[in-house]
Ligand binder design. Structure first.
Ligand SMILES: *Cc1c(COP(=O)(O)O)cnc(C)c1O
Length: 355
């Protein structure tokens, strides 16, 4: 397989997934497996289903379309674009929503397509990304949804630790349970799902801090990369699921400080350099078009990333104990952002191993 190559260890992803499925089941929680960090990759989605996950969730309708052959429920995570309502209805079973305008469009489309769409009404508990914030708005929206024929209020959900970086807590999630009870009392509607957040909520497992009533988590980063709140590794999960390998196209000794009057670099920034004399520098054939250089780190900790342009990654390999040549490859760990963009880049070859 050509380079750059992203090696994906399906076995480790399956291990993470089945561990989280089992641990959650003990607490009465079901997992929606989130595939957006792997660009809705069907091979990975299938492995999540094989490990016991019943709902696959993604933020993009286009990704859910790629997964249409996989036998499981599909959940759309990002609040839908009204203009996309027809495809949303076509490719999703469950949709996270907040805007009544869009909900009405979904109901219309669902009627055209002879379907009933399940809704999770998003409640903003302080992270300030999507969701209804004021109780009055929540109750008004529930009342309006109850009037619509082709949508069903399946549950309530919230998302934390994304925009506002709010750390999930028992007190915060209890608010979701209170709203559920209020809706039950006022409208006699049983919102059967309470979707209590993303991988950031797993930390609450440890000291039994998930309130009764929360029965779903939407997990991506924890399953795919073994990380949770603040991008920290989760105990007992595999974190080394992805390795990037890029090929050296130039290996030369050069000064560490550019020669000549300095302007702006390829991205409009003014870089600064420390003069470390002559260094051995490798250029790998991968660039910002594929991944941000800050989102990958060499496995060989004696190699330093100096920077990158659209198609080049420049490394200082002077201190590496390996003897490198042009045509050799360098391996890198990747973080969440790195995984997201490498999986999205069509120039990066994906190498799945399942052994
Ligand atoms: C991305 C996302 C998730 C999954 O987040 P992870 O941190 O990858 O577990 C869950 N819910 C929503 C609404 C999301 O956008």
């Amino acid at each position: 397989m050509p380079y750059p190559k992203l090696k994906i260890d399906i076995k480790k992803i399956k291990y993470n997934s089945s561990r989280l499925v089992k641990e959650s089941a003990r607490k009465g929680i079901k997992i929606a497996g989130v595939t957006k960090v792997v660009c809705g990759n069907p091979y990975i989605a299938q492995s999540l289903v094989d490990s016991g996950i019943e709902i696959i969730a993604d933020s993009r309708v286009e990704n859910l379309e790629k997964l249409k052959e996989i036998k499981c429920k599909k959940m759309l995570l990002r609040i839908p674009m009204p203009s996309q309502a027809d495809d949303v209805v076509r490719y999703s079973d469950i949709v996270l929503v907040s805007e009544i305008f869009t909900i009405k469009k979904l109901s219309e489309q669902a009627s055209n397509q002879n379907k009933i769409i399940d809704l999770i009404l998003m409640i903003d508990l302080g992270d300030l990304r999507e969701g209804l914030f004021y109780e009055k708005e929540i109750l008004e929206t529930v009342a309006e949804i109850a009037q619509l024929k082709n949508v069903k209020l399946l549950g309530l959900g919230t998302n934390l630790s994304c925009y506002g970086a709010v750390i999930p807590s028992k007190e915060i999630l209890e608010k979701l349970v209170l709203i559920k009870n209020k809706i039950s009392n006022l409208f006699n509607i049983d919102t059967e799902i309470l979707s209590g957040g993303n991988s950031g909520s797993i930390r609450l497992f440890e000291d039994n801090q998930i309130p009764d009533g929360i029965n779903q988590l939407r997990l991506g980063a924890s399953i795919i990369l073994g990380i949770g709140i603040d991008h920290l590794p989760i105990n007992g999960l595999s974190a080394d699921t992805f390795i990037l390998e890029a090929e050296i196209i130039e290996l030369r000794k050069k000064p560490s400080k550019p020669i000549g009057k300095q302007g702006l670099d390829a991205f409009g920034n003014k870089p600064s350099f420390i003069d470390m004399g002559i260094r051995s520098k490798a250029i790998c054939a991968i660039g910002r078009q594929d991944v941000n250089p800050e989102d990958v780190s060499p496995l060989d900790d004696k190699i330093n990333i100096l920077g990158g342009s659209s198609d080049h990654l420049i490394l200082d390999v002077t201190d590496s104990e390996k003897s490198l040549s042009v045509g050799d490859t360098i391996k890198f760990r990747v973080n969440y952002g790195g995984c997201l963009s490498l999986m999205t880049s069509p120039y990066v070859y994906k190498d799945f191993s399942d052994s």
